[in-house]
Design a protein. Structure first.
Length: 400
């Protein structure tokens, strides 16, 4: 999306980023380098010190990590769009959950832990099982389910606390963390929408193929989601929760990605992000409804209208992420390997033999994404099973 914006002659773009991302932009790009996008106040100071931004009219954030700095810059320059306060309420999970509670939305019990020393007292206050997740940041790479007291003394948990206390790069998660009660999940959903002038202009509820956190700690290899019809009774309940969540954080204009947890017949508000859903969610919504969440996000950020042409048909769409593994790829499936699986409409392979998969490995790191038409949950189960059988990935370790 950033390359599309840079190539558009109607825009005069000044990129704000960190030095280590310089090679992602073509020669001639106007760039201001800052020390860390995680520090909104310092980012604004460094931008103003390096560039004349007097005539800039809008600020667009293309990642959740940069959203708060973008909101701070927007507020500092009195520009239109979501303010730093609104963005804080839709990125800071502690602030967000407090707002949810005040709005009467059902949530899990939670406490804030600002350091490793505060994690155990927070756990003791809530009681096991708990989920530990960074207050800021998307993705599940630093999120951990703790079910037994012995886990607190084991190496994986201690290594997680050490990484949070001293992250290797600004892209990795850091303290503080949210410690919240773990639930015996029976399902997990996401609800993606577009809000303009406080009104819902687009909405679609989808169900994950399996709840994300149990998936991350299991031996399962494939994760995705599938859209639900508007008349689905659970979708109707989640749409109502979504509206209350939007009002709770004070979002007037923007795209939303709302996560909901299911325990039996109970639904719990988990998180609301003022950004498009990641991985294959954007394309899944395009195939289902013709709605492009990233294009809508950009249009909303620059106060332009956004319209879309309905894709046509009422068939639901599923997307399935094919897992990735760190190392050099020796062998990997191609789109042709899935040709005989019923319902598939598109395959987006991200890697080929010879590629090196590395860097930060989180829930967005995939080898490819498969999109298919489905009629019900049984179709989704059959799709995931068939892909698990057909997908091949062989890698070798690459010396550091």
């Amino acid at each position: 999306m950033s390359r599309q914006l840079l190539a558009d002659p109607d825009f005069d773009i000044l990129v704000v980023t960190e030095h280590r991302f310089a090679d992602q932009y073509p020669a001639g790009t106007q760039i201001v380098f800052v020390d860390s996008l995680n520090d909104p106040a310092a980012t604004v100071e460094q931008v103003i010190a390096q560039a004349d931004v007097s005539d800039r009219t809008h600020v667009i954030s293309l990642s959740e990590r940069a959203a708060l700095a973008a909101g701070y810059l927007r507020s500092y320059l009195a520009l239109p769009g979501a303010s730093s306060e609104t963005i804080l309420r839709s990125t800071n999970k502690f602030t967000m959950k407090r707002r949810f509670g005040e709005a009467g939305l059902p949530t899990t019990d939670f406490r804030l832990a600002g350091s490793a020393a505060e994690v155990r007292p927070a756990i003791q206050a809530i009681g096991l099982p708990v989920v530990i997740k960074p207050v800021m940041g998307a993705g599940a790479d630093a999120t951990r389910l703790v079910s037994e007291p012995a886990e607190l003394n084991r190496a994986p948990f201690q290594e997680l606390l050490a990484r949070l206390a001293d992250p290797a790069t600004t892209s990795e998660k850091a303290f503080p963390v949210l410690v919240e009660r773990g639930l015996p999940l029976t399902g997990e959903y996401h609800c993606d929408g577009l809000i303009r002038e406080g009104r819902v202009r687009y909405i679609r509820v989808s169900r994950y193929t399996t709840p994300i956190l149990p998936f991350m700690s299991s031996e399962a290899r494939l994760l995705g989601s599938y859209t639900l019809p508007a008349e689905d009774p659970i979708a109707a309940r989640i749409i109502a929760m979504h509206l209350r969540a939007v009002e709770a954080v004070g979002l007037i204009d923007g795209v939303t990605h709302f996560e909901v947890l299911e325990v039996g017949d109970q639904l719990f508000a988990s998180e609301l992000a003022a950004r498009p859903g990641g991985n294959g969610i954007r394309r899944m919504l395009q195939l289902r409804d013709g709605f492009d969440s990233k294009a809508a996000h950009v249009a909303t950020s620059i106060a332009e209208p956004y319209s879309w042409q309905t894709a046509g048909g009422d068939t639901e769409i599923a997307h399935v992420n094919l897992f990735a593994r760190r190392g050099r790829v020796l062998e990997i499936s191609t789109a042709a390997d899935f040709a005989d699986i019923p319902g598939i409409v598109e395959v987006d392979m991200r890697h080929t033999a010879g590629d090196v998969i590395g860097g930060l490995m989180d829930s967005s790191t995939v080898s490819g994404i498969v999109y298919a038409r489905v009629s019900n949950a049984a179709d989704v189960t059959a799709l995931v099973d068939a892909l698990a059988e057909a997908f091949r990935l062989e890698t070798e370790l690459v010396p550091a």
